[in-house]
Design a protein around this ligand. Structure first.
Ligand code: UT7
Length: 325
């Protein structure tokens, strides 16, 4: 049976220049490089300049993805930006990115599912492409999580960073089998009853301010390991693939110990897991496309590889997605 699949035809990413090390943070809160590395695997994070909004990072990543796909802004008919740190309450960051790239009138909007945003956004774009409503989609994960930090709270401010990653999705005809190129299956989840475990204590309709990120780290950690493994298993089943067939796992980069915990539950070969958490820290919706682009550009992930993406974050949201490159 012939089906339309959404294929990744290009990827790109962008990190702001400034690097903040663990030692830099140990100068402002009671922490140490040793604690941060041991508990999280994080060694450094990037931080955007004051005059560099999220849309700037998104546009740079998107330009590189378009270049890799051999497409120009004129080809783009859909832009979805997954972000929890938009430039403004409105317009959508996707609209600003459209303008910065010089993309003619198209469909553009943001998806807000926090750290799971990129996986959610991919599935939304897949719907447009599969129904013939888009032929060249830019799906971007872009975040400036450092804007949400309470710099006196050592339990959160050491964990996050800024960055952006993007992919171009285009339709490819497939046979409806796991051998097809493109998005093969996904599993998305949200449990709003657990929203108090990870949230920002501000917003336009409550405090009227931006607010700061708050997290019950321990409880989020436990939720992540158990539930991500379930979503990965469900996404693989929906795609008709076995976990053992997966060439590369590209997890959300929140904590090296979560990545290992999920990997152990699923019996993954750790040589097949892409990790960038040491260099990027947790960049929320940007973390998966940043890691994906890193592994494509360094030659690990190649055309034809079966790749499994997974994420978990505020909401609580979580999910996974299987794609053949
Ligand atoms: O992307 C969204 C999803 N977010 C996540 O996945 C994050 C999930 N959670 C985590 O990654 C971990 O829970 C953390 C890294 C946040 C914390 O690690 P933990 O091993 O769960 O530590 P803990 O919260 O149990 O804290 C242990 C101790 C505490 O001290 P006491 O109460 O035992 O005296 C903390 O106050 O570590 C202390 N602590 C720190 N010490 C030095 C917490 N943060 C720090 C710090 N430096 N930065």
């Amino acid at each position: 049976m012939s089906v339309i699949r959404s294929a990744i035809t290009g990827a790109g990413s962008y990190l702001p220049e400034q690097i903040v090390t663990n030692d830099d943070l140990a100068r402002i809160v009671d922490t140490s490089d040793e604690w941060i590395v041991e508990r999280t695997g994080i060694r450094q994070r990037h931080r955007a300049r004051d005059d560099q909004p999220t849309s700037d990072l998104a546009a740079e990543a998107a330009k590189k993805a378009l270049e890799a796909a051999g497409r120009t802004p004129a080809d783009v008919d859909l832009i979805i930006v997954a972000t929890t740190t938009p430039d403004m309450t409105f317009p959508a960051t996707a609209a600003i990115v459209q303008s910065k790239l010089g993309v003619p009138t198209c469909i553009a909007f943001d998806v807000q599912a926090v750290c799971s945003g990129f996986v959610y956004a991919l599935s939304v774009a897949d719907g447009f492409i599969a129904r013939g409503n888009a032929r060249c989609a830019l799906v971007v994960g872009a975040e400036e999580m450092t804007r949400l930090m309470d710099w006196s709270d050592r339990t959160t401010c050491v964990l996050f960073g800024d960055g952006a990653g993007a992919v171009v999705l285009e339709p490819r005809e497939g046979q409806g089998t796991p051998a097809d190129t493109g998005l093969l299956g996904f599993a998305l989840r949200c449990d709003g009853a657990k929203s108090d475990l990870l949230y920002v204590d501000g917003g336009p309709a409550t405090t009227g301010s931006v607010g700061h990120l708050r997290m019950a780290g321990n409880q989020v950690f436990r939720h992540a390991v158990v539930n991500i493994a379930e979503a990965v298993t469900a996404a693989a089943a929906n795609a008709g693939v076995q976990i053992a067939d997966v060439d590369w796992f590209v997890p959300h980069q929140a904590n090296q110990r979560i990545i290992k915990g999920v990997g152990d539950r699923l019996g993954l070969d750790e040589n097949k897991v892409v990790t960038t958490v040491a260099q990027h820290a947790n960049t929320s919706a940007a973390s998966i496309p940043l890691a994906l682009d890193t592994a494509i550009r360094d030659g690990r992930i190649k055309g034809g590889d079966l790749v499994l993406l997974e994420a978990m974050g505020g909401g609580l949201t979580w999910g996974a997605c299987a794609i053949r490159l």
